[in-house]
Design a protein around this ligand. Structure first.
Ligand SMILES: C[S@@+](CC[C@H](N)C(=O)[O-])C[C@H]1O[C@@H](n2cnc3c(N)ncnc32)[C@H](O)[C@@H]1O
Length: 209
């Protein structure tokens, strides 16, 4: 099934009440913690959280950064908003499509793309948009599941994808395809959850030629 914004809104409306307690607590939390460590935000930096969801990354932001978090789903954003008083972070939340960001170019020092490139209809456009908002030497951290960059997609993966797309995520995407044509350089790539099915990738904006 093809992922669309319309479907995502419905799927993440359903996910929103159980996302933190089920998916994040029992699965994703160690990966996101490690990814934020790799990103290494510095005091005073401006950071963009693309597809911020329920705001599971918000408590991991250093108190001194200024952040904008955006998401398509109002239900997910409502969960993120509820966390703001607890985290005490300087965060602005807004509803927006990650494929057409209503933000100026070069505004941010860093971007966080956790579990979003496998969800938006067009991950390549989403990545390009995030890179556009970064200053020329800005960086982005990606924590997500990707198909291996080399080799064909197996039948098993395609079958699993029929189920995961019903839950709002695609397991057949390759990071290399998302990054192709983007002006970025991979500076760190490590295996994460599910024996490396999930990866933590740090990229820097800049020419990859
Ligand atoms: C799997 S959740 C990840 C949320 C969060 N980044 C995290 O790490 O927990 C994917 C999020 O992407 C959002 N999303 C899907 N399509 C989007 C789009 N086109 N623009 C912005 N957000 C989108 C969903 O609403 C959902 O909150």
């Amino acid at each position: 099934m093809k992922l669309t914004n319309r479907r995502s809104r419905i799927i993440y409306h359903l996910w929103s009440p159980i996302y933190d307690g089920l998916f994040d607590r029992f699965f994703a939390a160690p990966g996101r913690r490690r990814a934020m460590q790799v990103l290494g935000l510095q005091p005073g930096e401006r950071v963009l959280l693309v597809g911020v969801g329920t705001g599971a990354d918000l408590p991991l932001l250093p108190a001194s950064v200024r952040a904008i978090g955006l998401d398509l789903s109002l239900d997910m954003l409502a969960r993120a908003r509820a966390k703001l008083p607890l985290t005490g972070r300087d965060v602005t939340l807004l509803q927006a499509d990650a494929q057409a960001l209503p933000l100026r170019a070069g505004e941010f020092d860093a971007a966080v793309l956790h579990l979003v490139l496998s969800v938006v209809p067009d991950g390549a456009v989403c990545l390009q948009e995030a890179l556009r908002t970064l200053r020329p030497d800005g960086r982005a951290i990606i924590f997500d599941k990707f198909a291996p960059d080399d080799g064909r997609l197996t039948l098993g993966r395609r079958l699993v994808n029929l189920v995961t797309t019903l839950a709002g995520t695609d397991v057949t995407r390759r990071f290399g395809d998302r990054a192709a044509g983007s002006r970025c350089t991979i500076v760190h790539d490590e295996p994460s959850l599910l024996r490396g099915a999930y990866r933590i990738i740090l990229i820097e904006r800049g020419d990859n030629s």
